[in-house]
Design a protein around this ligand. Structure first.
Ligand SMILES: Cc1cc2nc3c(=O)[nH]c(=O)nc-3n(C[C@H](O)[C@H](O)[C@H](O)COP(=O)(O)OP(=O)(O)OC[C@H]3O[C@@H](n4cnc5c(N)ncnc54)[C@H](O)[C@@H]3O)c2cc1C
Ligand code: FES
Length: 281
């Protein structure tokens, strides 16, 4: 169960893995995610389905190494198996014919945006993708996104100008909004990017969906770790989301809650490789 079938390095610290998970692959949809543990003592981490291969009984994930668990996962090789994988979790992205849709992926958020962009294109939408990263070496899925929307509708931005437009994703987005070329915007990436995308679309009254990434533990609505505030109401990212109306999200609270275990995360990385936990007999 949960054997790693393939592994590929896509960019600096970013990996794509295909994992055998037949029962999950039968039901998973774009926008949903899984929670995995790499080993018996492992932390539970959520990752989005990037591709679902129901016929092969497998799913593809793309992840960035940001801490101890993603580092451990990146060191696993095809033939090894994950301890456990739970899913599919969360609500699928609502796929309809909206008209002109702008899909924005910032950094590793591109991996989460990709399946939604593909499903929206398949549903007949006119999809434009904006792919943003700090620099060219961190851009992922250019080829896959070109296959969805065509090279003329894939806009690249980099903070340092090493590829595409120098600057951030909100620049080309504003141009599209001014030209009336956006009926719906989907933005997935760091919370700060999603916040500024929402500030950009709000004056134009264009509906903006964001995929929130609060810290999650059980992923089934029981622990409350993933609570977020949307329209003044408390919601659970794992069961009410991860997609929400971005204009209603309290991003300051999301960012504060994302930072709450920074000290423990630093300790886990500082002690990485020293033998791990001793909670099992
Ligand atoms: C619904 C959802 C889907 C996601 N999909 C992807 C994806 O497809 N690809 C990808 O690279 N990342 C994705 N993430 C983020 C990913 O879960 C974190 O990068 C990962 O948990 C980090 O674990 P770590 O031990 O390596 O790092 P740590 O050092 O533990 O944490 C680094 C940062 O990651 C975040 N994080 C840590 N633990 C969790 C947790 N249990 N739940 C959520 N966030 C956490 C925190 O912001 C933290 O500051 C997703 C998160 C959510 C909530
Ligand atoms: S992760 Fe526990 S309630 Fe959402």
């Amino acid at each position: 169960m949960f054997e790693i079938l393939s592994k590929e390095k896509l960019a600096h610290q970013i990996f794509r893995m295909k994992v055998a998970a037949p029962e999950i692959a039968k039901k998973a949809k774009a926008g949903q995610f899984l929670i995995l543990r790499v080993d018996e003592c492992g932390e539970r981490i959520p990752l989005t389905f990037c591709d679902i291969h129901a016929d092969e009984g497998a799913v593809t994930i793309i992840f960035m190494v940001v801490g101890a668990t993603t580092r451990k996962l990146s060191e696993m090789e095809p033939g090894q198996a994950l301890q456990d994988v739970a899913g599919p979790l969360g609500k699928p992205t609502e796929i309809e014919d909206y008209g002109k849709v702008v899909c924005i992926g910032g950094g590793i958020g591109a991996a989460v945006m990709y399946p939604a962009a593909r499903a929206l294109a398949e549903a007949g939408n006119d999809v434009t993708c904006i792919l943003g990263a700090r620099s060219e070496d961190l851009l992922i899925l250019e080829e896959e996104l070109t296959a969805i929307c065509g090279a003329d509708k894939l806009i690249i931005t980099t903070d340092d100008g090493s590829k595409g437009i120098k600057g951030v994703v909100t620049g080309p987005l504003e141009e599209m909004l001014k030209a009336g070329n956006a009926d719906l915007v989907i933005a997935i990436g760091p919370a700060i990017m999603m916040k500024f995308v929402c500030k950009t679309t709000e004056p134009y009254g264009v509906k903006t969906i964001v995929s929130l990434n609060p810290i999650m533990v059980d992923g089934t609505g029981m622990c409350g770790a993933c609570r977020v505030s949307v329209g003044g109401e408390t919601k659970f990212g794992c069961v009410d989301g991860p997609d929400f109306d971005g204009h209603q999200v309290d991003f300051e609270l999301l960012m504060a809650r994302q930072r709450q275990y920074l000290d423990q995360e630093r300790i886990a990385m500082d002690h990485y490789g020293e033998g791990g936990c001793t909670c099992s007999p």
